[in-house]
Design a protein around this ligand. Structure first.
Ligand code: RB5
Length: 155
């Protein structure tokens, strides 16, 4: 079964640096038939990227969305914020291969883009790959991904 289930809810959030790309990707998601949970921001006004990374991680932890899309200027700030949550595996991607591997090997549940570092066409392509690529479940990849949720204590 394809992971592209149109009934799926996808959460999306950005700061001001990712706002314009967020508008474009949100439209793409809706065109693909997904339900979109837009957690802001809502303009080009300067805001703090951790607020949006945390909002998206919180929504996913509460089961409000199965996958997430985060965008800031570089994609770095929002990915750091989201990855502070054990349930989140956020991948900052720049190309198709990296995006595909983030799903196949890492079971990434959030994809991050830099609104100032990636063109809209590449981002659009990566988003589709992120949504349609399955995790290679079982074996070494599952073992490694399980370890991500359970880091060693006191190290
Ligand atoms: C905002 O200017 C910028 O710092 C932010 O969008 C992001 O790139 C942070 O990582």
């Amino acid at each position: 079964m394809s992971s592209k289930e149109p009934s799926k809810t996808i959460a999306i959030a950005s700061d001001h640096g990712g706002y314009e790309l967020k508008v474009e990707l949100k439209k793409d998601l809706m065109d693909m038939g997904y339900t979109v949970l837009d957690l802001g921001s809502d303009s080009l006004e300067s805001v703090d990227y951790p607020d949006f990374g945390y909002a998206l991680a919180g929504a996913m932890k509460e089961g409000k969305a199965e996958r997430g899309v985060l965008i800031c200027g570089s994609g770095i700030g929002v990915s750091i914020a989201a990855n502070r949550h054990a349930e989140i595996r956020a991948a900052l991607v720049h190309d198709a291969l990296g995006t595909r591997l983030s799903r196949q090997h890492n079971d990434a549940n959030v994809v991050c883009f830099g609104g100032r570092t990636i063109g809209p066409e590449v981002a659009r392509d990566c988003l589709k790959i992120f949504l349609e690529t399955e995790f290679e479940k079982g074996g070494r990849h599952s073992r490694r991904v399980d370890k991500l949720s359970d880091p060693p204590k006191g190290k």
